[in-house]
Structures are given as C-alpha cells and as structure tokens.
Design a protein around this ligand. Structure first.
Ligand code: FMN
Length: 468
C-alpha cells in the first residue's frame, strides 16, 4: 500500500508517539519536533498553518482529516507539504497508528521498519486462522503486544479480546501476523523453515533497521541500578597460584600459529595437560591487566561512573563480563574438580563439587566432541550478564556471545602456540553448571565451553567431526 492511499482509510489514525512532541518555535515561525530528552529538529516553516492539524495529530486522526484541516485554511500546497513531513516522521518511527471504529480505539499499530505503511485486509480473516509461526504475543507493562521478526510493525492491544475484533484481525492479516499457506515454489519457504523462532527474533532485534527500540550503549539503568564491578566477587576458599607465561620473546610468528591452529580432540594420554600449562594458557589469554573507572550518561542525562577492564582478548565496551571455570578431569598437579579462575590474581579457587558432577560435565563435553575427546580440562565460560545489559540495549546479549567468540579464538591461538590441544564446544548444559556451582543462571550463567588437553596424540587421525 502506498502512503497516499491512507487518505482513503478512515479507520487508521495517525498519532505522534509518546516521547515526541510537535511544537511551535518560541517566535512561532516554525514547527519543531522535540524529544523528551531535549533534542529538537525544525520540521516546517509557517507553523501557524498547521496548528489545528498538529493538535489532531497529538490526539490521533485519519490522514484525510489532517489533510483537510490544513487545506481548508492554508490550501493544498501546505496540506501536501505537511503530508510529506508526516511520511518522513512515519519512516523514522515517530508516528503510530491507532485503529479506530465507532470512535473507539481498538488497537495501535507501532511501525518498526522504515518502509512500513499500515493497511487493512479487505475482509476479516476466518476466526480459525491463528498466528504465524514467527509471531508472538507478550506483555509490555499493561499492554499486550503482537510482534514478529517478519512483520514491519507491532500491534498493541490493552486486552486480549481485542485480537478477535474484525478490524484488528484485518490489520493482523495485512501486516502478516496470521498464518498463510506458503506456496510450494516459494523460494523463501525452505529458508524460513530452517530458521528457529527464537533465533530469528533475536537476530532481528539485535540489529538496527528492524525495530525502533533503544539500541547500543544507552546506559538505560544509570541512577536506578548500580553497575556490577569489573572484578567478580571472590569465591571463598584457598587460592592456588598459577604459573605465569614467560615474557613474549621470539617464538612462532602469528602467521605460523594461525597456519597451525586446528581443533584437536585426541590427546596423548601419556602427556596430559599440566597445571603449569593451564596457568600459562590462562595468563596469556584471559588475565585481567587493569580496571579503571569511566563516566556513564543515561538517556535523560543522568550520570554515574562504572568500571571497565582490560584483558588480552577484546570485549565490547571493555565490559569483560566473562568468567572462566576450569573443570578438571585430568591435569598434572591439579586435583580433579571445579575451579574458578580469579583473573585479577591469576589464581584458581576450588568450588565444592561432587566427583559425579565433574564426571557429568566431562561426559557432556565428550559427547559434544562427537565422542572423540577424552576430556582433560573443560573451560566453562560464564557471563555476568548485567555487566553488559546495564550498559547496552538490544545488543547486550549479542555482544556477550561475540565476546565469547573473541575469547575462543584467543584460547585457540595461545593453546596452539603452546603445543596444547584446543577445541571450542557449541553445546553445553547451563542448567547443570548452575546447579553444581549454585549460581542463579540469570545472574551468571554459562555461555560457552572450551576443551583443552595436553599435546595431540602422535598420528591422531584427522578429526572426523566437521559438523559441530
Ligand atoms: C563456536 C564454535 C563451536 C564449536 N563447537 C564444537 C563442538 O561442539 N564440538 C566439536 O568437536 N567442535 C566444535 N567446534 C570446532 C569446529 O568443529 C572446528 O573449528 C571446525 O570443524 C573446523 O576445524 P578446525 O578448528 O580444526 O579448523 C566449534 C568451533 C566453534 C568456533
């Protein structure tokens, strides 16, 4: 549907979204768009010509009513100019569309894609037609919200019964929220079949362009919630000091290490990983070098300070939310068990765990390696989620996974350089780890696992596993 077609649609109203205002400039010559946080943009000159339309836009009115109110006093030229600016505001997500019938607001369409133009299906679809596989219904405050990564808008209702109203069902159908029979020859059919619901929703939400939610380093909780410190609170227990890496002199070049790097899952049982190797690996890859305090400014100018850290691998915004827990099945000089790596002191602290728990994590890791590895040490990588989510909106969790990838590669390269056997794992059991460590998995939970063993068994066959 073209934007101009909305001139013929009485049930779709235009309304400026909460958080935005259209006001006349102080001297009254221009129409200014203002945000609650103090930003301003000049939209149109001759503000007085649009006064009546702006008032109606604040309450919500069909495009025809807005257009007519300007044309009646200022002529068609100004009505067209206003309509063009309105289109621009729609593209920027500043306008929402109440659906109104018999003077009653039944739902609100909140556009998410710049290209989205609201429309209504000709007829209300049959009541048996349910939501599409990618659509979901959720609460946001007191409002119910229907959304889908495949639809250019969200639909908001204040009570669930409104979803059955014919006008609302026409809007749901037109926006693509309802299931349709996808033709056999549709080229997107197989692509969509392979996307899981959660993955597509996450993908669409952590990238810009598919929603108008806050995104990036917005510091939404400044002055409401205290940020977590960069260093995790120490686990109780005795520290086991680890070996430091020797000073970086000579050795293989980065190019050589990159050439040699492979995932290795078959270890030489006569030369297991040693606590010395583990110390050197962790020192090179993951020690905490320094922590400093920096300022943060929230969306409404509130300010505070928070800590960022520096470690050998990169981390979005220096948040360094990742922790490492070596789960030791076989390591020279270290008792089997679960440990936390205290990255600031470069030491391990033992965490009480039963032998059966260690065995279960090792068995899981063996399974994840396609039964090729006989795990010596599994590095369980946890995230202290609020380190990232306190700062970022929409991209906080995505950044945690990216940071995990950065740590994986650093571990791969350092382990390769040391002649050890590294292998990332893609499937780990967060519930199991949370239970064993006694952690609330929403506060700190595993986001990855990494196998490390001693040197590879001489003559070990090429890994059979390239599918993991
Ligand atoms: C994110 C990620 C997850 C992985 N998950 C597994 C896994 O669960 N099991 C496994 O044996 N290998 C896993 N690997 C290793 C890959 O299978 C390996 O990198 C790939 O087969 C290419 O081989 P190469 O690392 O020797 O170059 C993973 C690698 C990455 C980067």
């Amino acid at each position: 549907m073209a934007f101009e077609d909305l001139l013929n649609e009485q049930a779709i109203c235009f309304r400026i979204r909460a958080g935005w205002k259209l006001e006349e400039s102080e001297e009254g010559s221009a129409l200014i768009l203002k945000t609650d946080d103090g930003r301003e943009v000049r939209v149109l000159e001759d503000a007085s010509r649009y006064r009546a339309a702006v008032r109606r836009l604040t309450e919500g009115a069909p495009l025809r009513a807005l257009w007519d109110s300007i044309a009646a006093t200022g002529g068609e030229w100004h009505a067209t100019a206003f309509s063009r600016k309105l289109h621009m505001l729609c593209r920027a997500g500043i306008i929402e569309f109440p659906l109104v019938e018999d003077a009653r607001e039944q739902a609100v369409i909140a556009p998410q894609w710049n290209s989205y133009v609201p429309s209504l299906a000709r007829r209300a679809p049959a009541s048996g037609r349910g939501l599409d596989r990618f659509a979901c219904l959720r609460r946001d405050g007191r409002t119910w919200l229907v959304e889908s990564p495949l639809c250019g808008a969200r639909l908001l209702v204040s009570d669930l019964e409104a979803l059955e109203l014919p006008l609302v069902r026409r809007a749901l159908a037109a926006a693509g929220f309802l299931e349709t029979a996808v033709p056999e020859d549709d080229t997107r059919r197989d692509i969509l079949r392979q996307w899981e619901f959660h993955d597509l929703l996450f993908h669409a939400h952590h990238r810009k362009g598919w929603h108008h939610d806050m995104s990036g380093a917005c510091f939404p909780f400044v002055a409401e919630i205290d940020p977590l410190p960069a260093r995790r609170a120490r686990w109780p227990g005795k520290r086991i000091e680890l070996s430091r890496a020797p000073p970086a002199t000579g050795g293989a070049t980065l190019a050589e290490v990159l050439e040699r790097r492979r995932s290795k899952r078959r270890y030489d049982a006569t030369r297991p990983l040693s606590v010395h190797d583990l110390g050197v690996l962790l020192d090179r890859s993951a020690r905490t070098d320094s922590v400093r305090t920096v300022p943060a400014t929230g969306p409404f100018g509130q300010s505070c300070s928070y800590e960022v850290a520096s470690r050998p691998y990169p981390s979005a915004g220096g948040s360094h939310e990742l922790e490492i827990y070596p789960i030791v099945a076989k390591c020279d000089g270290l008792k089997p068990g679960i440990y936390h790596y205290d990255a600031s002191h470069h030491a391990l602290v033992g965490i009480p765990a039963r032998d059966a728990d260690v065995a279960r994590i090792a068995a899981d890791a063996k399974w994840a390696s396609g039964d090729e590895a006989d795990p010596q040490v599994v590095l369980a990588i946890t995230a202290r989620f609020a380190r990232a989510t306190w700062k970022y909106r929409s991209i906080g969790y995505a950044n945690i996974l990216r940071n995990t990838g950065a740590l994986y590669q650093t571990l791969y390269l350092v382990a390769t350089d040391l002649g050890l056997s590294p292998c990332a794992l893609g499937a780990g059991n967060s519930a199991l780890f949370a239970r064993i460590a006694g952690l609330d998995p929403l506060v700190e939970g595993t986001v990855g696992e990494f196998l490390v063993g001693g040197p590879e068994r001489p003559g070990a066959p090429e890994a059979s596993l390239f599918a993991m």
